[in-house]
Ligand binder design. Structure first.
Ligand code: NDP
Length: 327
């Protein structure tokens, strides 16, 4: 028997419950992973709340974990029992002791990276990889705006931007978060609870504004983000922490300077095995060399059965860096 988190109807954190179950054997192209550390991602709250409805209910939750392979499907050749692995694109249900995952979505976790470090950085690091290297290729010395810079994705973006020699201007919700983002490599921060984002970006860039904005906050920052962009700049809207952006009048892109907008997702960029290997190689080498240091505060490590409390904390904006469930 194993334990997993399920929910039977969309709603707040209270809908999450731990249940016991007997894991099915992996299918031919799957491996079965005994999870050692499970990544908590903001997207999990969208699935739980009904913003991104699961395929069916009751449903499991979570798509990321690191652990040890305990069973291998008959058609799998590149992974064997006992391998240390990590995955970020599993079917819903990674909030579990044990999860079956398509083998081509699983990569070997280098020995230099712990299970906790792997689960804290894989989905978020792959995201930063595609955002800064593919959606728009950030260049040395380039100034750009990245919202929620002290969050899980945000702190990795700060470190990656610094490694690229770029000047990340990060928005944050408190002075303590500003310190964290600056220590991780942000060039400057804007406390958007107290400061006007557009005025500060204009001042920091001597009126030039930025060529690209990465916005995962959504509804609350949409319009300010557009106002921070240079003529023909790129708005990368990749999340909805404050609620989704809806009812956009395309004319606003004209008014703000012939702007471009994209709404990317991890699965749209890391789709093939070759794309997963390229991205994970680059991420792992930055972690192994200490350029990216996973940030997992002790109070953000939760027992698996405590998933509801983990969601409460994440949605309260009180977290920084990554949060984990530990089976
Ligand atoms: P975070 O750790 O960044 O947590 C979300 C943060 O958003 C909060 O800490 C908070 O930081 C900020 N925020 C701003 N407004 C609100 C609000 N009204 N309610 C709650 N939080 C708010 O989460 P993750 O690192 O897991 O994810 C970051 C974002 O990236 C999410 O929006 C997620 O959906 C998105 N994402 C998108 C992917 C994609 O491929 N499209 C892949 C992975 C993540 P502060 O207090 O500083 O404002």
């Amino acid at each position: 028997m194993a334990t997993r988190i399920v929910f039977s109807q969309p709603g707040g954190p209270d809908v999450l419950h731990a249940v016991t179950f007997t894991p099915a054997d992996p299918q031919a192209h799957e491996v079965q992973v005994a999870n050692k550390a499970i990544g908590i991602n903001y997207i999990d709250t969208y699935v739980r709340s009904g913003l991104y409805p699961p395929p069916s209910l009751p449903s499991g939750l979570g798509s990321e974990a690191a652990g040890v392979v305990i069973k291998v499907g008959s058609a799998v050749s590149h992974i064997k029992e006992g391998d240390r692995v990590v995955y970020a694109q599993a079917p819903l249900g990674a909030y579990s002791d044990v999860h079956n995952v398509a083998a081509d979505k699983v990569v070997i976790l280098p020995n230099a990276i712990s299970f906790e470090q792997g689960a804290a950085t894989f989905l978020k690091g792959l995201t930063v990889f595609y955002l800064l290297r593919k959606t728009y290729e950030i260049k040395p010395n380039e100034q750009f705006l990245f919202h929620a810079a002290a969050g899980g994705v945000g702190l990795i973006a700060c470190q990656w931007a610094k490694a690229l020699g770029a000047k990340l201007i990060g928005t944050v919700g408190s002075a303590a978060k500003a310190e964290k983002a600056l220590a991780a490599g942000a060039w400057r921060t804007i406390n958007y609870q107290e400061e006007n984002i557009v005025e500060r970006v204009l001042a920091l860039t001597n009126g030039a504004k930025v060529p690209v904005v990465y916005d995962s906050v959504g509804k609350d920052t949409w319009e300010a983000s557009l106002s921070c962009l240079q003529r023909r700049g790129l708005m990368v809207s990749f999340g909805n922490a404050s609620g989704p952006v809806t009812g956009v009048n395309l004319g606003i892109l004209n008014q703000k300077g012939s702007l471009y907008v994209t709404r990317p997702s991890l699965s749209g960029y890391i789709t093939t095995r070759a794309e997963l290997e390229e991205a994970s190689c680059e991420l792992f080498s930055l972690i192994a060399s200490g350029v990216i240091k996973p940030e997992i505060p002790e109070n953000q490590k939760f027992a698996l059965a405590d998933a509801a409390n983990a969601h409460r904390l994440l949605e309260s904006r009180a977290t920084r860096g990554s949060s984990l469930l530990l089976p």
